[in-house]
Design a protein around this ligand. Structure first.
Ligand SMILES: Nc1ncnc2c1ncn2[C@@H]1O[C@H](COP(=O)(O)OP(=O)(O)OP(=O)(O)O)[C@@H](O)[C@H]1O
Length: 734
């Protein structure tokens, strides 16, 4: 079954790398969007993790980000349906951190509206299954297919297809019969006749799944969900066919024998779950098998989801289920361990207990590990890779620090290849010579064979290899695994050993020649194998060397372009610490910028208020100043009025007095003017201004003063004449 290492195992592991989604591009910091996982260009079943510590992991299947749903189905699932029809229990598990593509790959949440190319494993499997059971190939079989859908949430079992109120339903229980078969009770098992009916149940059940909001994914699956298909098939085998070993013909019209038990999972199982009902003309064989599609809850660590309270409890329950599953699969996936391990820890969780008879034993198990390709998720991705690797327990992992000394030395490998090539050609030549001799009836002496350069060469080279390999096999790998042994245990030198030579005395030369020839052919075959393994190894090592060279060149370039730069290897812990610091700084920054924008908006509000107040103030000020002006005007008007009134009053009450005062006032002014005039005249005389017609400014001023004086004199005279009219006492003097 395994495509790897030649060891047959019922556990296979596929790795699927999710493409970068629009959500990733929007939600994640750009500096963490670098893709760090890729399929190895040298081996399609290996992936390269391109971080500080470059790592290579190998799986049974690897699916690149661009792999389609169809491709995943064809490569990884296709032959499992055949196994299911043969009566084996089959389990497919999707494992990975939240949002890594488990549900997408499995198709657990698919419904009939989804375009065909997006459909996951469940609808595709059901499609193939119904096509097969309805095909001519199985026309002699009678099938009964049922589905159930169960959820494990916080170690509670919930029937996702259960009708009515959950509290009123019987509890779902796990039972084990005396023969170790597991069956579930209190669960709806619904008969299905076609894919549409399956899809109806699937989408109804998936809507009932527990989802919760974590920091990483708004609709993260917080529970394990198992969609199960149980199939009971009956086929009639007529006696004549059984004895003659003929293919099965159509069954008779009589009622087929009832299956040994219609209870889910209760069929005894040696190779498959089958029972026999004997009739005179033949036998009805009943085969029951189960196909579980397990969509596991996100495997992310608790701290990554920032979960607390109920979410943290969910997380703990999820992690313990996954840990138990890992332990079970690891125990089953390692044939050497399985031989010695009597205890497989199925009872450590509900998940493993439910799947007990569908993991290990005759069951076929495929784990699909889903990972994100980007740097942001690297820690979760590495932990998924290690989990999956442990589950598969693949021995052929080509990882640099698992290899013996010299494997990374290109010159050493080149020399080895040259040496092996020459040994092969010597071997070929010897084989040709040997066959020529046998045709000629001659024989090859044992001494000659043992002394021949290719045999000694082989002894040397094979001991070099096998010793290296046997010592390498003891070196624990990165995950505590054993390093693969690259040469089959029987080395060419052992095949052609001295015991053979010693025994040659008892056999005739013809037989001996044949044996020698066979031994040589064996050696040639072994050498060819070694050579092809070595070539692959050489290609891989060269590629890795080139990559190391690239890294080295990059560092050199950095050193040259930035002479002061100190390049230092940063540990994973430090990166995690940096990430933590960055994310705490980012959250502080977010809080601060939120506070800042709040303050800014408050400030703006205040500014607007103040601006409004200012304009009101200005208006008030303008109003006040206008009022003040107005008041002043009024005051001056009032003053004037008062003066006028006083004048008018004094004129009306004492006209004589008023006039005499006015005359006095005018006379005093006249006197002032006359004095000024005299003074000016005197100054003029002093300046000896000869010509009176001279148009100097002084003359001008004098002329104007004379005019004013004349005017004032006239005024005084007018007033005097007025005073004469008013009364003799007040008459101004002439
Ligand atoms: N191979 C893929 N190709 C395209 N889109 C994918 C692929 N894998 C996953 N996605 C998308 O990524 C998103 C998350 O995938 P999905 O829900 O399957 O993750 P999950 O591992 O089941 O997450 P959770 O554990 O939280 O339930 C979905 O929108 C899905 O459509």
């Amino acid at each position: 079954m395994s495509s790897n290492g030649g060891t047959s195992t019922s556990v296979q592991v596929a790795l699927r790398i999710k493409p970068l989604t629009q959500d990733d591009l929007i939600n994640l910091p750009a500096r963490f969007q670098r893709q760090v996982i890729s399929v190895s260009p040298y081996n399609q079943n290996q992936i390269v993790v391109d971080t500080e510590k470059r790592q290579i992991f190998q799986f049974d299947h690897v699916f690149a980000p661009e792999s389609t749903q169809q491709e995943v189905y064809e490569r990884a699932i296709g032959n499992m349906i055949t196994k299911f029809l043969e009566g084996y229990n089959v389990t497919i598990l999707a494992y990975g951190q939240t949002s890594s593509g488990k549900t997408h790959t499995m198709g657990t949440a698919d419904d009939s509206t989804l375009p065909p190319e997006s459909k996951g494993i469940i609808p595709r499997t059901m499609n193939s299954l119904f096509s097969l059971v309805n095909s001519g190939q199985y026309k002699s079989h009678k099938f009964s297919i049922k589905v159930s859908f169960i959820e494990i949430h916080n170690e509670d079992l919930i029937d996702l297809l259960g009708e009515g109120n959950e509290e009123e339903r019987p509890p779902v229980m796990i039972r084990e019969d005396s023969r170790g078969n597991i069956y579930w009770t209190g669960l709806q098992e619904l008969k299905v006749n076609n894919v549409d009916e399956v899809m109806d149940h699937l989408s109804r059940g998936s809507l009932n799944r527990q989802v919760g909001v974590t920091d990483m994914n708004s609709k993260s699956s917080r529970s394990h969900a198992i969609f199960s298909v149980t199939m009971v098939q009956q086929k009639f085998i007529p006696h004549n066919c059984i004895s003659a070993g003929q293919p099965v013909t159509s069954p008779p019209s009589s009622r087929p024998g009832t299956p040994a038990s219609s209870r889910f999972g209760s069929q005894p199982s040696s190779r498959t779950n089958s029972s026999l009902d004997k009739f005179d003309d033949g036998e009805w064989v009943t085969i029951a098998s189960k196909f579980h599609f397990v969509d596991l809850a996100g495997s992310e660590r608790l701290k990554r989801t920032a979960a607390s309270g109920d979410r943290a409890r969910e997380g703990i329950s999820i992690n313990s289920g996954l840990l138990a599953l890992g332990n079970v699969i690891s125990a089953l996936g390692d044939p050497s361990k399985a031989r010695h391990t009597t205890h497989v820890p199925y009872r450590d969780s509900k998940l493993t207990r439910l799947l007990q008879d569908s993991l290990g034993g005759n069951a076929q198990t495929l784990m699909i590990a889903c990972v994100s390709p980007i740097e942001y998720n690297i820690n979760e991705t590495i932990s998924t890779l290690k989990y999956a690797n442990r589950a598969r327990n693949i021995k052929n992992i080509a990882s640099v620090n698992q290899e013996e000394a010299g494997w990374n030395d290109v010159t050493h490998l080149q020399n080895l290849v040259l040496k092996l090539r020459s040994e092969i050609s010597t071997l070929k030549a010897a084989a040709a010579q040997n066959s020529q001799r046998s045709q000629d009836g001659g024989s090859i002496s044992p001494e000659k064979v043992s002394q021949s350069p290719f045999v000694t060469g082989l002894k040397h080279s094979s001991s070099g290899f096998s010793e290296k390999n046997s010592s390498a096999a003891k070196i624990p790998g990165r995950c505590g695994r054993e390093t693969p042994s690259r040469i089959p245990p029987t080395s060419p030198s052992n095949t052609f050993n001295h015991n053979n030579l010693n025994n040659m005395n008892n056999i005739n030369p013809g037989q001996q020649r044949d044996r020698d020839y066979e031994a040589l052919e064996d050696q040639l075959l072994q050498l060819k194998r070694s050579y092809s393994e070595l070539s692959q190894k050489y290609a891989k090592t060269s590629a890795e060397l080139a990559l190391h060279q690239d890294n080295y060149d990059e560092m050199e370039f950095l050193k040259n372009t930035c002479p002061g730069i100190k390049l230092r290897v940063v540990s994973e812990q430090e990166i995690e610490q940096f990430e933590k610091t960055i994310s705490s700084l980012e959250s502080k920054l977010a809080i601060t910028s939120a506070a800042l924008s709040h303050t800014e908006s408050k400030l703006k509000e205040q500014e607007n208020l103040i601006e409004g107040d200012d304009s009101t103030n200005q208006q008030n000020k303008d109003l006040v100043s206008n009022l003040q002006k107005y008041i002043k005007e009024l005051e001056s008007k009032l003053q004037k009025r008062e003066i006028d009134a006083r004048i008018a009053a004094s004129r009306d009450n004492h006209p004589e007095k008023f006039i005499s005062e006015t005359i006095q006032h005018l006379e005093s002014r006249l006197k002032e003017k006359e004095d000024a005039y005299n003074e000016l005249e005197e100054k003029l005389n002093n300046l000896q201004v000869g010509d009176p017609n001279n148009e100097s400014p002084e003359n001008d001023k004098i002329t104007r003063l004379e005019a004013k004086l004349e005017f004032l004199s006239n005024e005084v005279n007018k007033l005097r004449s007025l005073g004469i009219k008013l009364g003799p006492d007040d008459r101004p003097e002439s």
